[in-house]
Ligand binder design. Structure first.
Ligand code: ZN
Length: 173
């Protein structure tokens, strides 16, 4: 089932998520629904708070456009930044309206520890595009969006655009 995506400035996107206590059939269904929602958007990653659930779970797919799907589900992920600082070009987010994009500083690699949907502990070293996605999505679980990393002036300009956009939407409704 496709889920509604929560949009900035919804306060749920700024909250810290709780760990998943137990991998129940509901959690597995949520992971499936999040993947369906992500692919339909389309996007390369989605975190639980983006569908209004304040729990520590993300889904993503690092496959290149011409490659077969490679869906990933991370439960209770812990990420350690292990690389050098690089610029992630033109990052965007399904929860950040107006298709806003900006360059963001990221680590070139990460060490990831999490559970899979069978409850197994998974540990991996990740670099490249996948490392950027993992940092972006796990930031969501701490209530952090990429627009929190773009500098005050740019952020103020963007917030102004969002305010105008929301007013237009309210007039239409
Ligand atoms: Zn995002």
């Amino acid at each position: 089932m496709k889920l509604d995506i929560v949009l900035y400035p919804d306060p749920r996107l700024g909250r810290t998520c709780e760990p998943v206590a137990e991998i129940t059939p509901e959690i597995k269904q949520l992971a499936e629904d999040m993947l369906e929602t992500m692919y339909a958007a389309p996007g390369v990653g989605l975190a639980a708070p983006q569908v209004g659930r304040l729990i520590s779970m993300v889904v993503y797919d690092p496959a290149e456009k011409d490659q077969p799907r490679n869906p990933q589900v991370l439960v209770n992920p812990e990420v350690t930044l292990t690389g050098e600082t690089i610029t992630s070009r033109q990052e965007g987010c399904l929860s950040v309206p107006l298709d806003y994009r900006a360059d963001v500083e990221r680590s070139s690699s990460v060490h990831l520890k999490c559970l899979d949907l069978e409850g197994n502990v998974v540990e991996r070293d990740i670099d490249g595009f996948e490392a950027i996605i993992v940092q972006h999505e796990t930031d969501h679980l701490k209530g952090v969006l990429f627009i929190d990393k773009i500098g005050r002036l740019r952020r103020a300009l963007y917030d102004g655009k969002v305010t105008k956009w929301k007013k237009r939407m309210q007039k239409k409704a």
